[in-house]
Design a protein. Sequence first.
Length: 104
Amino acid sequence: MAQEALGWYDATDYALNLMQCPTVAYSGEIDKQKQAADIMDRFLKAEGLDLTHIIGPQTAHKIHRTALSRSSAAWPTSSRWVATARRLRCTSPPRRSATTGLTG
């Protein structure tokens, strides 16, 4: 049981759960934590999903002022998200799949 608990917070194992959620990552270009978003991007791509990853130029672990406005623009407002969700439902059937990481 202890070994199984170690993976509970491994977001990469649950990338598929983001399939119908808008997801935006932000990293400073020289932030050591950027690798976390890069890894999530790799796992999302393996599921056929895209991650919007906004990178603050020459920035460490803080939000770059120009990237902040790009981040806000990338995050859908409720009305824009609803319109997008409706459009997507009309053009392709939703994938009904998820992962929990639970076994047994």
